[in-house]
Ligand binder design. Structure first.
Ligand code: WT7
Length: 658
């Protein structure tokens, strides 16, 4: 682990000494206090499979109860609750219709201030209509449906409709480009695409239909229909052979659709995420096991209770939007808030106004958003009544103590618990977090694993490092219900990526961590070639492939550098065909390359810095020295020995000095 690791806020977190105990007022009403937490941990330690089986029985409705807890006969392809049958949509909707039918399930606000509320009964009716519509198009159990939607209630409806009929959804973030969409549709072999005419953000229209048309142009032969939700009403191209309006599909359908009872292991969804290679991988999640962790973690971590209004700001295109916008809160019968738009429209007070207007009680967002809001100034939150809030959450990247303290002081008024939740697309649900009514918190630490989750810090050889005040690779040592099942279409890659490094003994998270003197965990960053830009995962090779697909680019190496708001920024070193551009030409080409990357992947992957050089630093065996590039990107003094370089003279030029 050592020198090749991104430094991030390592030093500053190691110096962090502050501890915040849960407030007695919160503890009094909490679902889980310290005694309850100790009891859960003891139960899980004694028999983790029995523990998860009990929770699965108590918190999930099964059409056919399971008798098998864990099936490890094909480990590390673990399977849970295999002989049980359930349905995710029935768990999120039908079982609430009796007592909670008139309770708001979704409060939606658009950027223009348009508000719409769906009760559980109304949401159920819409989901049933769309589910029937999907069936009328011949979509059924096991078919893949790609959802490329704006962050609206209809996106949730689309996911629920798929789940209802046993179709496997694959949501593609609306910020991804046509070409990313095309790759994901083709990899999944999807029969149907659900999209919208457009989305709204920052006063602009996000041209989703246009991108979808481009993705499908001459490709994606598996797609039989495209359902288009009308969000903006602006003119879009229409293909009579494929396209159907959402409102036309729903118009003729009954508001009743029996859920398809599927085996617990039936895939609920695929979600593509970046890894160390150029090709994103389709993370496959199950139905039963996934629901168990998504549901229970909401109760433990967010203390979710009947009167809560839960606002998770993540887009449905990410795992956080799956587990903590859609499945977890709805399975608990909560009210969720969905906001489609930018945080600064019409002004920097928008988030705080939403919290005030909708009486949001739980607010869950990413450190990058917290840092951006912090920079806008304390006067913005000060203008609004935030007294409805009772809990704050953070997810997606390490939160630096400074941002944590601002969240605590300015948003939490020094009285609200903060839960810093560590997990991944692959884990399906939160793995490490404080329990707000039980765990004292430290700014920057995700504290400890949840009950039933067992982690270790291991060394290069995969040997667990005993004791505290140690660092190494983070691994999860026992299977848990919501773990990924495989990588769609590539089980060998599943095993290679997550298990092989330490002899198939542990799930290898890909993060490095420090365990402090109190046994608290501090996540330090990725150990692979994955960047975390504004809480979004990006493979350096993905960006490199996008760059070299431009005709002017000969070679590219991409690294991360620390960024005040984004956490990490994308820094690209590029060699071109022909003469190295300088001055205005370099500025123009850099812009062209940034746009090219946005077109290939999406705007989130645009390099912040592009530096042109005649050569990349290579060892004599031809390996690019990324460690050196990372130092240069950070602006560090280069003191290390560069004599092993094939071309030591290149360093000054890479530093922008030549
Ligand atoms: C990677 C997973 C599942 C949440 C959304 C991101 C980093 C996530 C934390 C945290 C420090 C964190 C890790 C992880 N990460 N949460 N609380 N503290 N780092 O999901 O895109 O699958 O990325 O995000 O590096 O491996 P993802």
């Amino acid at each position: 682990m050592s020198s090749d690791q991104p430094a991030g806020n390592f030093q500053s977190v190691l110096d962090e000494q502050r501890v915040f105990a849960p407030s007695p007022a919160f503890v009094d009403k909490a679902r889980v206090n310290a005694d309850a937490l100790a009891a859960l941990r003891a139960e899980a330690a004694a028999d983790s499979v029995g523990f998860w089986s009990r929770l699965a029985r108590e918190h999930i409705s099964w059409q056919t109860p399971f008798t098998v807890g864990l099936d490890d006969s094909a480990a590390p392809n673990y399977r849970w609750f295999t002989d049980g049958r359930t349905n995710a949509s029935a768990n999120c909707l039908d079982r609430h219709l009796g007592a909670l039918g008139d309770k708001p399930a979704i409060r939606f606000e658009g950027e223009a201030g348009d508000v719409r509320i769906w009760t559980y009964r109304q949401l159920h009716a819409e989901v049933c209509k769309l589910a029937n519509g999907l069936k009328s198009l011949g979509i059924g159990k096991g078919d893949r449906v790609v959802i490329y939607m704006p962050h609206t209630a209809e996106a949730v409806i689309a996911m629920q409709a798929c789940a209802r009929i046993g179709a496997v959804h694959s949501v593609v973030f609306g910020g991804f480009s046509a070409s990313s969409l095309r790759d994901r549709i083709e990899d999944a072999g999807a029969r149907l695409l659900i999209t919208a005419d457009g989305g709204r953000r920052g006063g602009n229209i996000v041209e989703l239909k246009k991108a979808a048309d481009e993705a499908l142009d001459g490709a994606c032969k598996s797609i039989e229909h495209v359902i288009v939700f009308q969000r903006t009403g602006h003119p879009v191209q229409w293909n009579d052979k494929l396209d159907l309006w959402w409102h036309d599909v729903l118009a003729t359908q009954p508001a009743q659709c029996d859920p398809e009872w599927v085996e617990a292991e039936h895939p609920l969804f695929l979600l593509y995420t970046s890894g160390s290679t150029g090709k994103p991988k389709g993370i496959q999640h199950s139905t039963g096991g996934y629901l168990v962790n998504a549901t229970v973690s909401c109760q433990w971590v967010f203390d979710l209770q009947g009167s809560d209004v839960f606002w998770c700001t993540a887009d449905i295109g990410w795992i956080t939007g799956h587990s903590y916008v859609t499945y977890g809160p709805l399975a608990n019968g909560a009210t969720i808030l969905i906001y489609e738009g930018a945080p600064t429209v019409p002004d920097a007070g928008r988030f705080w106004k939403i919290i005030q207007d909708h009486k949001v009680t739980i607010f869950y967002t990413a450190p990058t958003a917290i840092r951006a809001l912090m920079r806008l100034g304390d006067e913005w939150p000060a203008q609004y009544d935030l007294s409805s809030l009772r809990l704050l959450g953070s997810v997606g990247e390490p939160i630096n103590p400074e941002a944590w303290m601002w969240y605590h002081r300015v948003v939490g008024k020094e009285r609200l618990p903060i839960v810093d939740t560590w997990w991944q697309t692959e884990t399906g649900a939160i793995m490490m977090s404080p329990i707000p009514g039980a765990t004292p918190t430290k700014p920057g630490s995700c504290t400890q694993p949840l009950p039933g989750i067992f982690v270790e810090v291991v060394d290069e050889a995969g040997t667990p490092i005993q004791g505290n005040n140690v660092g190494g690779y983070l691994v999860i040592t026992k299977p848990w219900p919501s773990m990924l099942r495989t990588i769609w279409g590539d089980n060998a890659r599943y095993i290679k990526t997550y298990w092989e490094q330490f002899g198939n003994q542990y799930y290898v998270a890909g993060d490095s961590t420090h365990r402090d003197d109190d046994g608290y965990y501090w996540i330090l960053g990725r150990t692979d070639d994955v960047l975390n830009v504004s809480g979004h995962r990006l493979g350096t090779m993905e960006v490199e492939s996008a760059l070299v697909s431009h005709p002017r680019v000969a070679e590219a190496a991409v690294v991360g550098r620390p960024h005040e708001v984004k956490g990490e920024a994308v820094f690209a070193f590029v060699t071109v065909r022909g003469k190295r551009p300088e001055g205005d030409e370099a500025v123009a080409l850099a812009k062209e390359l940034r746009d090219h990357v946005a077109k290939q992947i999406g705007a989130i992957a645009k390099p912040d810095d592009i530096r042109f050089a005649d050569n990349l630093p290579k060892t004599r065996s031809g390996k690019i020295m990324r460690r050196l590039l990372r130092s240069i990107a950070k602006g560090e003094e280069i003191t290390s020995d560069t004599s092993t370089l094939e071309n030591p003279g290149i360093v000054a030029q890479l530093q922008g000095k030549g």
